[in-house]
Design a protein. Structure first.
Length: 94
């Protein structure tokens, strides 16, 4: 299982970015969470199979129709399955 943390910048709040990310990640069988940050970015923690992760990463670079992604930064993240939600959820703003 791979695990990554991403920060997505641009017009990514108020455009259904979190809900769309949750839906796509769930469809791909990924685990983790998505949340707004006070600095205007969206943060994503995702765990799962590499191929599914790559599909989500490609989608994060575009986002939903009303979004305008200007930058995405992703790093490998050590994570333990028992520390993750059973599916993919929207968390409270960080």
């Amino acid at each position: 299982m791979i695990c990554h943390r991403c920060l997505v910048s641009g017009r990514v709040q108020g455009v259904f970015f979190r809900d769309s990310t949750r839906r796509i990640a769930s469809e791909l069988g990924l685990r983790g969470w998505v949340r707004n940050r006070r600095d205007g970015r969206v943060e994503v923690l995702v765990a799962g199979e590499e191929a599914a992760w790559q599909q989500l990463r490609n989608w994060l670079q575009i986002g939903p129709q009303a979004a305008k992604v200007t930058n995405i930064e992703c790093i490998d993240e050590p994570c333990r399955p028992d520390e993750l939600p059973p599916g993919f959820v929207i968390e409270v703003t960080a």
